[in-house]
Design a protein around this ligand. Structure first.
Ligand code: ADP
Length: 252
């Protein structure tokens, strides 16, 4: 597993600055939940880690490797697209919408990455996919098409698909917020299992109960800044920052 370090990260979209000097360390094997009002920059922070967004300044390390750039003497050089793609492959991302390929079965969805990008042999990829499906409780659905699965099942397949690339870090962007309430639990259960298996995880979530139970640390963001970071119990019950306090009172 890898650690993640953000060092003085700033991000602008045109004239609009959305991340202000964010510094954050996530240790290898740690589970960090990001909470905060809508528009506070949580998603953008995740997307910068796997280069779906480019940072405007600052540095991000995954393990001991810089993201998107490399040191060349005393300056930084932008990595080639190929190098960036290699870095992205080591990071799994699960979105709010499950983004499965609708014309492919569950099994095909999962082996697509490993066989095409990772160049794993089909037999080996299928065997791994079946064991991942077992892990997310969907072995019997390997031949089904996404449209025939519930939202919770689709999201569990999306998690299995991300895991098929053997990521050293998993990013979750509100993975349960598009689900009917009765389907949330099964997805959180899979995430709980991953966390206890030692995966490094960053999770943007409104599920404060999940954060309390699973997160090693909760980070509160507002208006592009990290305002509070600490053990889940402390941040969720005795936040020092008044805006964090107000947010938690509103959500609970
Ligand atoms: P959160 O995840 O906390 O809701 P986001 O990271 O999605 O916050 O958004 C932070 C800010 O960045 C918001 O003001 C949003 O409108 C803006 N933003 C996000 N993505 C883009 C984009 N691609 N182009 C312009 N502005 C964006």
């Amino acid at each position: 597993m890898y650690s993640v370090t953000y060092q003085n990260v700033n991000k602008h979209f045109g004239d609009h600055q959305v991340l202000f000097d964010v510094s954050l360390d996530v240790a290898a094997g740690e589970v960090v939940c990001l909470i905060g009002p809508s528009g506070s920059g949580k998603t953008t922070l995740l997307r910068c880690a796997n280069q779906l967004e480019e940072i405007s300044s600052g540095l991000i390390w995954i393990g001991d490797e810089l993201i998107g750039v490399k040191q060349a003497g005393d300056r930084l050089e932008v990595l080639s697209e190929r190098e960036k793609a290699r870095q992205r492959q080591s990071i799994g991302m699960v979105f709010q919408r499950f983004n499965l390929f609708p014309h492919m079965t569950v099994l095909q969805n999962i082996i697509e990455g490993p066989t095409r990008v990772g160049r794993v042999k089909r037999d080996a990829a299928e065997a791994q996919a079946m064991s991942l499906l077992e892990r997310v409780g969907l072995r019997s659905k390997s031949g089904a098409y996404p449209a025939h699965l519930s939202g919770g099942q689709q999201q569990r397949v999306a998690i299995a698909r991300a895991l098929a690339m053997n990521p050293s870090l998993m990013l979750f962007d509100e993975p349960t917020s598009a689900l009917d309430p009765e389907l949330v639990g099964e997805v959180l259960e899979v995430m709980r299992e991953l966390a206890s298996a030692g995966m490094t995880m960053m999770v943007v979530t409104h599920e404060l109960g999940f954060a309390r139970e699973v997160a090693d640390r909760v980070v509160f963001m507002d208006q592009g800044r990290v305002l509070e970071s600490g053990p889940a119990e402390k941040v969720l019950t005795q936040p020092a920052d008044p805006r964090c306090q107000a947010f938690i009172e509103r959500v609970l």
